[in-house]
Design a protein around this ligand. Structure first.
Ligand code: CA
Length: 567
């Protein structure tokens, strides 16, 4: 296959190779004859259709704020959408995509932010991964991961991205916190078994951000639901995360306030100074801070009087501006000095400048406080204080915190979690995933004074991969393509345990082969058709990606994973 082939072109080749016209009509008949209402009382079927591979499905009834108008489908499948009540005043919309060639696995997908949006791209990715790999590597022998998953996702109990759906509707908040996912897992397994007339085998989950939190929350509350959970940039310690996000607006002030640090200043002056101080800690000047826990950025060097004489004053900061930057990069503390939420990972400035640091309130946090925590739609986000954080933590709406100190039941039944976090994440600091790892290890009684022993014990069921140079869930200057969700990059990298987190999870659960590293891919200009720029080996925490000092930094073999202990 030539480079530059589009997904659609790739699909047509696959279809020609598969010659699947004969069986697709059988699937068509089976799909239209299948009535999920026989199994799910009180449900209503909103869609039941056979979808041939190559179809671009449109979603005319999807809330426009979800920004998902259509999705290309890579496999012949039966698509079913159900509306299912979860209480007498709430319900979920649930999509089940049943591929023609099924491998016995189920894959659930998560949501993001505070939204009620089905991630169609992730469902399609789950349903298509076999075809994608077959087309990219036609000479490989059939691998356990080659065939298709059946995949499902839900709207998480409400529609669209606004939080007003939560206002005075506690049942909807419960769905958002955990019930929509748990309900869809039960339905997904039951309906799949019925459709294929066989029992389902292993059950998987993939999600990022809020979706990462949903995965870890599921392992805590419903340890039997999944065998393998891929949890990216998880929004664990949810209440404190949302307080941390809300804290930036009062701290930076509005964009028109005196001494406001502009987006341009964050992206140039501050970002450049962060890199000047921290890029080379890892031994390579490449614009990527391999381990931001080592970057303790001295903000005083941004002060105009500290900069070299004769430089343009737009390249330095006033005293109040330096204090703002200092406060932004400090741990967020409770009034008694204990940690509320860890500091941002330095290096995130390019995107955080237009987000958390932009002088505008961060809308998911605002909606969460307005409609759930404070129940006051007129609340002014500029008035946010640590008292609001305290209230959020104390009320813990619908037990959303997701901060388990033990996952022993999940571990004991053989469950596995693969977590990953971009080291320049601009929305959830990557330091919180390292913090959660330490919290979990400590709660499970593992000894931090013996890091090798501790990591062996955690390795049995929980592995966290730190991805340098990756933004929130994807993107960034690093080798961020690791198969974390439905994108062209995920279809293009090899679907195997070396390169792809979902395939790695399958290998771990079904073959007992856990991932020690994940080999990330950086495409030229992030364009898969332009080819691979380089690959980089991502290490599991607490191991750190460490340059050998002599090799080509763009060659993955020039880096080792070394355990420096829990930092
Ligand atoms: Ca570097």
């Amino acid at each position: 296959m030539k480079r530059g082939t589009s997904i659609l072109g790739l699909l047509s080749l696959v279809l020609a190779a598969a010659g699947s016209a004969g069986t697709s009509s059988e699937l068509d008949d089976k799909c239209l004859a299948f009535d999920p209402r026989d199994l799910v009382p009180n449900s209503s079927v909103t869609v039941r259709e056979f979808v041939p591979a190559g179809t671009n499905i449109t979603f005319p009834y999807n809330d426009p704020s979800c920004n998902r108008a259509s999705q290309l489908v890579a496999a012949n499948l039966c698509r079913i959408a159900l509306s299912v009540p979860t209480s007498n005043r709430s319900g979920v919309v649930f999509e089940l995509w049943l591929p023609e060639i099924w491998n016995g696995r189920t894959l659930a997908t998560g949501n993001g932010g505070i939204d009620g949006c089905i991630k169609y791209e992730d469902i399609a990715y789950g349903a298509a991964n076999g075809f994608s790999r077959y087309a990219s590597h036609p000479r490989n022998s059939l691998h356990v991961s080659d065939k298709l998953d059946h995949t499902f996702g839900s709207n998480n109990g409400h529609n669209g991205t606004s939080g007003d759906a939560f206002y005075q509707k506690h049942e909807v908040v419960i769905d958002y916190s955990w019930r929509a996912l748990h309900t869809s897992v039960g339905l997904g397994k039951q309906l799949t078994a019925s459709f294929y007339n066989t029992s389902t085998a292993k059950s998987y989950y993939i999600g990022c951000s809020l979706g990462g939190r949903q995965g870890i929350g599921s392992a805590e509350k419903f340890p039997k639901d999944f065998d393998g959970i891929v949890a990216g940039a998880p929004a664990t310690d949810f209440n404190d995360l949302y307080s941390w996000r809300a804290s930036f607006f009062p701290l930076t002030g509005a964009a028109n306030s005196t001494d406001f640090v502009s987006a341009e200043t964050w992206k140039t002056t501050v970002h450049d100074e962060v890199l000047a101080q921290c890029d080379e800690i890892d031994g390579v000047l490449d614009g990527i801070i391999e381990d931001p826990t080592l970057c303790h950025f001295d903000t005083r060097r941004l002060l105009c009087s500290a900069k070299a004489m004769g430089t343009n004053t737009t390249s330095c900061l006033t005293e109040p501006q330096v204090q703002t930057v200092e406060a932004v990069y400090s741990d967020y503390l409770w009034p008694n000095g204990t940690l509320l939420y860890p500091r941002p990972n330095p290096g995130n400035e390019i995107l955080a400048a237009d987000g958390l640091y932009s002088g505008k309130s961060f809308s998911p946090s605002v909606d969460w406080f307005k409609f759930v925590v404070l129940q006051n739609p007129a609340w002014d986000p500029a008035s946010y204080s640590v008292n609001d954080a305290l209230l959020a933590a104390q009320t813990d709406p619908a037990e959303i915190r997701t901060w388990p100190s033990s996952l022993a039941p999940f571990k004991e039944k053989g469950g596995k979690i693969l977590s990953f976090h971009g080291q320049q994440d601009q929305q959830i600091t990557s330091l919180n995933s390292a913090r959660f790892y330490r919290h979990l290890a400590s709660g499970m009684g593992y000894d931090a004074d013996h890091p090798d022993e501790l990591s062996q014990q955690m390795d049995e069921f929980y592995r966290l991969f730190r991805v340098p140079g990756m933004n929130h869930c994807s993107g960034g200057p690093g080798a961020w393509a690791i198969g974390q969700g439905g994108s062209e990059a995920a279809y293009t990298i090899p679907f195997d345990g070396t390169h792809n987190v979902l395939a790695a999870m399958v290998d771990w659960v079904e073959n007992g082969v856990p991932p020690d590293t994940i080999l990330g891919t950086k495409f030229v200009n992030d364009t898969p058709s332009a080819g691979v720029a380089y690959r980089h080996r991502h290490c599991k925490y607490p191991y750190r990606s460490t340059f050998d000092g002599v090799g080509n930094p763009l060659n993955e073999s020039s880096w080792d994973c070394i355990n420096f202990g829990l930092a």
